[in-house]
Design a protein. Structure first.
Length: 318
């Protein structure tokens, strides 16, 4: 019997998608798409077996994390500072500053830039500070043309103008926002600074059945326009929140369709901070169970992962 293009033979569709898996390292995403296209009960049984075989055979392995200029730009936009100050001895003191609870990533940045000093303040936060001329010039060139958020572009423009004044250079700051792309590490850098992965297990109100949700979110203070830009790119919902008397916006992605894209992206560009990397691995593991329709049989394991995430958060904040 002749079949339409929208109802291709199962063996043909699977072969094409396996090639995509091997070419683009998108096993989880492709398997989800394949299952959506499989309608009749006989093919569903075959498809379930196929999905299990592919996921078990082609395990997702994170690439070795690499720090580059796009990651640095995203990380700076999430939680960095370009400081312009003055002292009695120097009317123009310029600094590039990054702050984190985990010093490991700051030492990685220090090694990447081959300059700066890392120290711990009296509140337990770690800081990377760069003040020397060569280090500041290197940072300015690496960030130029890679910044996305409006407030950071304005800050960068003023900072480069001060840099030119202090050192007699003629650097030209690019103030047009960079194009957001899933083909570079900008989002990973931003998420390492201001993002997280969560696993939630709740009960549905109307029938008390278990409900699994996978959530990825990004936070940013006083940046509605910037977060709206990210929402237009990634999708999700935008929320306003207040914590410790600080107002900020949160972009939240919690649909399984978005999970496919996120697992694909963060597998290619893994997080560099320990906390986000561990949470992503757990998030991807539960998403894999969801694709295999195993999560209902793994409730204790999921609950355990949720508790481990809570402990990780407490440890990070302590």
């Amino acid at each position: 019997m002749e079949q339409s293009a929208g109802n291709r033979p199962l063996y043909f569709f699977c072969k094409a998608e396996i090639n995509r898996v091997m070419m683009h390292f998108c096993v989880l995403r492709i398997c989800g798409i394949l299952r959506d296209f499989t309608r009749d009960s006989f093919n569903i049984k075959i498809m379930n077996s196929f999905v299990y075989f592919v996921i078990e055979t082609f395990q997702i392995h994170l690439k070795k994390p690499t720090l580059d200029a796009y990651w640095l730009a995203g990380f700076f936009e999430g939680d960095g500072c370009l400081s312009i100050a003055k002292t009695k001895k120097d009317p123009l003191v310029l600094s590039f500053i990054l702050r984190q609870a985990d010093p490991k990533v700051l030492y990685m940045v220090k090694d990447f830039l081959n300059c700066g000093a890392v120290y711990c303040d009296n509140r337990g936060y770690w800081t990377l500070s760069i003040r020397d001329k060569q280090g500041l010039l290197k940072v300015s060139k690496l960030l130029n043309g890679k910044l996305v958020l409006f407030k950071r572009l304005q800050q960068y423009k003023a900072w480069v103008c001060a840099l030119n004044t202090k050192y007699g250079t003629n650097l030209v700051p690019l103030t047009t926002p960079a194009v957001l792309s899933m083909e570079n590490a900008w989002l990973t850098g931003f998420a390492d600074a201001e993002g997280s992965f969560n696993i939630l297990l709740t009960k549905r109100k109307h029938n008390q059945k278990n409900r699994l949700r996978l959530r990825f979110y990004l936070d940013q203070a006083h940046s509605f326009e910037s977060m709206k830009l990210l929402q237009n790119w990634l999708g999700g919902t935008l929320h306003s929140k207040t914590k410790n008397h600080k107002f900020y916006h949160r972009l939240m992605l919690d649909s399984f369709n978005k999970s496919a894209d996120l697992v694909d992206y963060f597998t290619k560009f893994p997080p560099l901070t320990t906390c986000l990397k561990v949470r992503f691995i757990r998030y991807a593991r539960v998403y894999r169970w969801y694709l295999l329709k195993e999560w209902q049989n793994r409730l204790k394991e999921i609950q355990h992962l949720i508790q481990l995430n809570k402990r990780l958060l407490k440890k990070q904040m302590s």
